[in-house]
Design a protein around this ligand. Structure first.
Ligand code: SAM
Length: 651
């Protein structure tokens, strides 16, 4: 993967791109230029004050120093209703290094407070999509790192205003292409506006051809003219995907399931202002797969082209950001690093592929056996790869922290048995009575999702897993990192190591077994005979839980189809997915297997974005990969529709 960083030359204290031989903003006054070109000509102040719904979406081409973002954020803070969210999406091919970004932002003392917050989160800005949250989640920055002509078509969004930046068309003709304008049209609606500093003919004609009404205004500083305008009626008529902006009125939600999937989903909805009722059948949250004392937080990476690997990396980075925001104590979360050992030829090949991701050493590095042993502080039998920012987390503490939100009401010891649609609401019932009702329901109860009639087509397998808790000894307390092979061992915590986990399909028994302890210890012996010998495995404790997995190892995430209707009237292969029998307001977030800690939180954010009509923080191809009806569609021979379902806007 090429190093995409920006090459900056500081010309009289202002950033200048040596790649494009152009300035990042007007040398007269960058901040005044932003205000005049992008803010005023998109009428942002008036629109922020009179929002038609709870959020507003701006998409920018060229994040650069983040000046436009900070100005939009500052205006949002001053003018938008307190409960509303600003979604600012920006694309960037050559991100500034964190140090260049902070030098550039020193130019604007009036934005210092905002700049500091951006700089604090401006880490791991790698190719792909990244979501950064500010102002108690009222402002959401999604960065699309890569060439805009490749990244923008992957974005699922409905855009209210465009900031067309990106160096002058004469210096950067590759960006201002016809495809850029047609992609813009695909995600614009009747009230979408745009503004750009340039008045180049190629931009004006390109925008007009894509269906935008274009006007000229006096340019800023030395520039004679600039362009601004609105998506037009003709554009709308040509573009079936665009429409009137949809108004999202969902205000209440029920989430069924109190594990990591249900609690992250509740959190993602609550921070968007929905009133959430979280239903859990046990006496407390996190009693099943999320109930293990320590869960290992690291991504299983492989070939960078592989969607599972892309999803794992995106999920991992998202979980790290979320945990950082929640500020869990050391007692519950430690980024002690994770070593993944290349213990056989297949794993060696996987580790070699992971390294081709080109991630910085701060995220991933290859280590030989000696280096791995030095990092772990115990002798290991193999080298492999090391994730310095990975570690372990106590899932139950994480779930609890997520649900401490004023918009979340928890109902424990409550079992949801049935769900029914009554008028405009969903009701959740136990054996006899209605437990709760709401605009939407999210099924986040792992394998039990299939017990509800409406979601019985969500195919999952359950896999039994037993962990072993071994008392530490002074020798084993030397272990500094988590070490993974076919199983894993955590460093000592409260005088215990956690070893796991067995993997037994078609076994539904809950008993803790000696044989499974021996299996876990056997793996430890292969990882490190020295560590194994240092333990005194007596009176072992353990815990059994069930992971719910799918045939293709992707989770199940998104709105549900009515499978009965689907099977009774199978669609044609070329039907628009919008016309399928969607169950309005019923969603699932499940099937995370043993990867729930890096998969469920990102899925929750994706789901809440879909529900609230916000830009979705993963590419459309990944949204389709996790789409929960894919097995039902494939069974009807609609494989192609299943894999491209988000290419046409469904909600
Ligand atoms: N909006 C920025 C700000 O507030 O600082 C200034 C943007 S600067 C004029 C243009 C930016 O567009 C640069 O950061 C450049 O790397 C980026 N860019 C240029 N071509 C691009 C492309 N094809 N895809 C994505 N970003 C691109």
């Amino acid at each position: 993967m090429p190093k995409p960083e920006a090459n900056i030359f500081w010309k009289e204290g202002q950033p200048y791109s040596t790649q494009y031989e152009d300035v990042y903003f007007s040398s007269d006054s960058g901040i005044d230029e932003t205000e005049y070109v992008f803010i005023q000509h998109n009428q942002l102040e008036q629109r922020f004050k009179a929002l038609p719904q709870n959020q507003f979406t701006i998409v920018e081409t060229g994040f650069g120093t983040g000046l436009n973002f900070l100005c939009a954020w500052a205006l949002w803070d001053k003018t938008a209703p307190k409960h509303a969210r600003l979604n600012f999406v920006s694309t960037e091919l050559h991100p500034l290094t964190a140090s260049d970004l902070s030098i550039a932002l020193k130019l604007w003392p009036s934005l210092e407070n905002y700049a500091q917050q951006l700089i604090a989160q401006y880490q791991n800005i790698l190719p792909g999509m990244h979501q950064l949250a500010f102002s108690q989640d009222r402002v959401n920055l999604t960065l699309l790192i890569g060439d805009v002509t490749e990244t923008l078509p992957t974005l699922h969004a409905s855009v209210d205003a465009w900031f067309l930046d990106g160096f002058s068309p004469a210096k950067n003709p590759q960006m201002w292409q016809t495809d850029l304008f047609s992609t813009m049209a695909n995600i614009s609606h009747a009230d979408t506006t745009f503004a750009t500093f340039t008045s180049a003919g190629v931009v004006r004609r390109g925008l007009q051809a894509a269906g935008f009404e274009v006007q000229k205004a006096a340019g800023f500083g030395k520039k004679r003219e600039m362009l601004f305008g609105q998506f037009s009626v003709i554009g709308l008529a040509n573009n079936k995907a665009s429409s009137k902006p949809k108004i999202y009125k969902k205000q209440t939600a029920i989430v069924i399931g109190g594990g990591i999937s249900g609690t992250t989903t509740s959190y993602a909805l609550a921070k968007r202002g929905l009133q959430v009722t979280l239903i859990e059948r046990h006496k407390a949250l996190a009693q099943e797969a999320s109930g293990n004392p320590a869960g290992v937080l690291y991504p299983r990476l492989g070939n960078p082209q592989d969607k599972l690997s892309q999803f794992a990396l995106a999920g991992y980075l998202y979980s790290l950001r979320l945990l950082n925001q929640l500020n869990l104590s050391q007692e519950h979360y430690q980024t002690c690093g994770v070593l993944q050992l290349a213990f056989n030829a297949r794993e060696q090949a996987r580790c070699d592929s992971a390294i081709t991701q080109g991630l910085p050493d701060s995220l991933l590095k290859q280590v030989n056996q000696d280096e791995a042993s030095t990092l772990a502080c115990v002798d290991l039998n193999a080298g492999g790869i090391f994730f310095p920012t990975a570690g372990w987390v106590n899932p139950s503490a994480w779930c609890t922290a997520l649900t401490k939100h004023e918009n979340i009401k928890i109902k424990t010891s409550t079992q949801a048995i049935r769900i029914i649609r009554t008028g405009d609401v969903w009701q959740v019932l136990d054996r006899q009575n209605c437990i709760a009702e709401a605009d939407i329901v999210i099924l986040a109860c792992a394998k039990d999702v299939v017990q509800f009639e409406q979601s019985s087509h969500c195919v999952m397998q359950t896999v039994r897993g037993q962990v072993t808790l071994v008392p530490s000894t002074s020798a084993s307390e030397q272990l500094r990192t988590v070490v993974c092979s076919e199983g894993y061992i955590t460093p000592t915590h409260q005088q215990m190591h956690c070893l796991g986990a067995t993997f037994s399909t078609d076994d539904h028994a809950l008993d803790v077994r000696e044989a499974d302890h021996l299996h876990n210890l056997g793996i430890l012996q292969e990882i490190s005979p020295a560590l194994y010998d240092s333990l005194k495995p007596q009176a072992l404790k353990g815990r059994v839980a069930f992971r719910s997995t799918t045939k293709d190892y992707f989770p199940l995430l998104g709105p549900l189809l009515d499978a009965k209707q689907l099977n009774a009237n199978p669609p044609r292969y070329n039907d628009n997915p919008c016309t399928l029998p969607w169950l309005d307001g019923l969603y699932v977030n499940a099937g995370h297997g043993s990867k729930g800690l890096i998969s469920a939180p990102l899925c929750a954010e994706v789901l809440a974005s879909i529900i609230c009509g916000e830009p979705v923080p993963i590419a459309k191809s990944l949204m389709s990969a996790i789409e929960p009806n894919r097995f039902a569609l494939r069974a009807l021979g609609l494989k192609l529709m299943a894999s491209h379902i988000y290419d046409q806007s469904i909600q």
